[in-house]
Design a binder for this molecule. Sequence first.
Ligand code: NAD
Ligand code: MG
Length: 384
Amino acid sequence: MNKRTIAILGATGSIGTQTLDIVRRYPDRFQADCLVAHSSAEKLFDLVREFRPKVAALAAEPREIPEDVRFCEWIFGPDCAVKAIQAAKPMDALCAIVGIAGLDAVWAALDICERVLLANKEALVTGGSLVMEKAAQLGKPMLPVDSEHSAIFQCLQARQENPVRRLHLTASGGALRDWPKEKMRSATVRDVLAHPTWSMGGKITVDCATMVNKGLEIIEAHYLFDMPVDRINVVVHPQSVIHSMIEFEDGAVLAQLGRPDMRGPIGYAMGFPERIPYGAQPLDFAQLGQLTFAAPDGERYPCLKMAQDALRAGGSLPVALNGANEVAVAAFLREQIAFGDIAPIISEVLEKTSRSEITCIGDVYAADAAARVLAKNCVGRLSC
Ligand code: NAD
Ligand code: MG
């Protein structure tokens, strides 16, 4: 079998290392030709030693490149991900850089690679219509890696020509799901990072606790599946066993179930259309006992409605929501602001943003920059 070459953008992160776990299991099938990370140089050196890519890249230049990893081409700087895929020209790009910082790489991967395997949801939240238009024009598949979107994509394989009435996105509720609402405001970084079912990077774990993550995922689903916001339902499902569902006109619902293990959706995208086992234990339904569901509590999770409203308004507002959230989450993780400040910062930025059209990637970055200025002002005012 011919090996599929793959770039792993965000190779040292949660998604990146789980992707490499699958590459490690199937050395005859995949070749990690290009590894990109931000600043975790030592971790990347180890991965380069093990996977021997053609190209490796770091956004922040390290002090020294060890002798034994100099066999590959090294690229440094903020635009290293784009340059690295241009140099390696892999068949697939697994886009798992966190935040809008990954948008350029998704854009370039569409030009260079045969397929884009997308974990970096912020690229679609901010550049959604442009990215999907480009993918359609070039006829390049965008294979979702986000577990909910992978679940929907998997269910859609059984759709035939039938229209889909609604999408149901499941949400774990995050680390503070069972906390009294009045205590949530002062949750510490440690409290928020203790996710009950998924083990993920810091930013997305905070996003789960505010449920901005589900808001971002509504926007992501809107673009990936061309579904209006009012036909995307969110349901809290604490066990994280049903990864999401599609509903047909006759009321029939298809769901995709599995353990909460990101190697499931990552492997599905890597092997598509073939399923490749990654060593997960089968689900034991008798042991699970029950699966439960609840409507999201709007008071506990105000960010969810903000995201729905931003998507309804369209234009620059989803970009502003994302930019404000990135600034607020980074400030919370630095312990500059309280957990309870994140939602009001996003709300204030959205209120102060006047909607503009997004017609090119430059418009996305302009809207993002404007939102970041507003959000940083809020952080400055609120800093503890
Ligand atoms: P993470 O913080 O664990 O890893 C991020 C990776 O991106 C790291 O390797 C980091 O070095 C790299 N990176 C960050 N900024 C960069 C830059 N400017 N240039 C080059 N590399 C850069 O994050 P994660 O949890 O793996 O999430 C990655 C993306 O996948 C996010 O968009 C997230 O929303 C999405 N996602 C993650 C999960 C999950 O289970 N972790 C699930 C669904 C979706
Ligand atoms: Mg998800």
